[in-house]
Write a protein that binds this ligand. Structure first.
Ligand code: THU
Length: 262
């Protein structure tokens, strides 16, 4: 391989970044923080961390977390993936399913080309441009965001916004996987994005949710559990279709007596 100091530099920068964002991982049970960084074609990048759940099998893995963020932000132009530790066979299989045509450059780095990577820039901004000023506007925006869902198996696109105290909104969509157990819902997508970007749950204000094929749509049990673990008093506005006003609930009322592990 031709030695190109600029390329080596980007790779080293990616490795440094992944070590930094690793500390945002939510790992109270294993105490083993893990992260990935996705490099996009313009040099911007997306972090993804491990988010463990007291309900253990609901744990979100770093690659899944970062990839679902990329889909919700409409940026699938991934040109490299850096891992905080060499991916195991399961994670490699997950990466292959994304069909990003990445080469195995070294044990912790996969890239579209061995010799050329864009210069590293700022992290991709994880917010929508719009800031809804009412519950109806929030629901309308969640409906629009659902168009970004990757739901070829269920054909059940879901969109949500996690609005922060400052009004900014993190989008979430469901991202399906050929292995159905690796599918992630819209709500956990947005939650995983917030944690990967170091946005504290104390700053989360409201979740707007729209299941565009189902006017009675409601968060699934797994999403209720994860939301409750991080912000049990979060308000959730649920789309009730064009004819009816959205319905307001609180996470702890959606999952009374949710499981915690002290
Ligand atoms: N889904 C969500 O995104 N959120 C929910 O709360 C319910 C389910 C997605 C997951 C899957 O892609 C499809 O809807 C059918 O379960």
């Amino acid at each position: 391989m031709i030695h190109d100091p600029a390329v080596t530099d980007v790779r080293e920068q990616l490795r440094k970044l992944v070590r930094e964002v690793r500390h945002r991982a939510y790992v109270p049970y294993s105490k083993h923080p893990e992260a990935v960084v996705l490099l996009l074609s313009d040099g911007s990048w997306i972090p993804g961390v491990r988010v463990e759940s007291a309900s253990f099998s609901l744990t979100i893995l770093p690659l899944q977390n970062a990839w679902t963020t990329a889909v919700a932000l409409n940026r699938r132009d991934v040109v490299a993936v850096a891992f905080s530790q060499p991916p195991d066979a399961g994670v490699r299989a997950f990466l292959e399913e994304l069909k990003l045509s990445l080469l195995d450059v070294s044990s912790d780095l996969f890239a579209s080309q061995a010799s050329e990577l864009p210069a590293l820039r700022e992290p991709l901004v994880p917010f929508l441009d719009q800031m809804p000023g009412s519950s109806l506007e929030g629901i309308q925006l969640a409906r629009e965001v659902a168009a970004r869902a990757l739901a070829p198996y269920s054909r059940f696109p879901v969109g949500c916004l996690l609005q922060l105290e400052n009004g900014r909104c993190i989008p979430g969509v469901n991202v399906e996987h050929p292995d159905w157990t690796r599918t992630l819902c819209a709500e956990r997508n947005a939650l995983g994005t917030a944690i990967s970007y170091g946005i504290a749950p104390s700053t989360w204000r409201t979740l707007f949710l729209s299941c565009v094929n189902d006017v009675r749509g409601t968060p699934c049990g797994a999403c209720r559990q994860l939301l409750a673990e991080h912000r049990s008093d979060l308000s959730v506005w649920m789309d009730r279709g064009l004819e009816n006003p959205p319905e307001l609930m609180r996470v702890d009322l959606l999952l009374p007596g949710f499981f915690v592990l002290q």
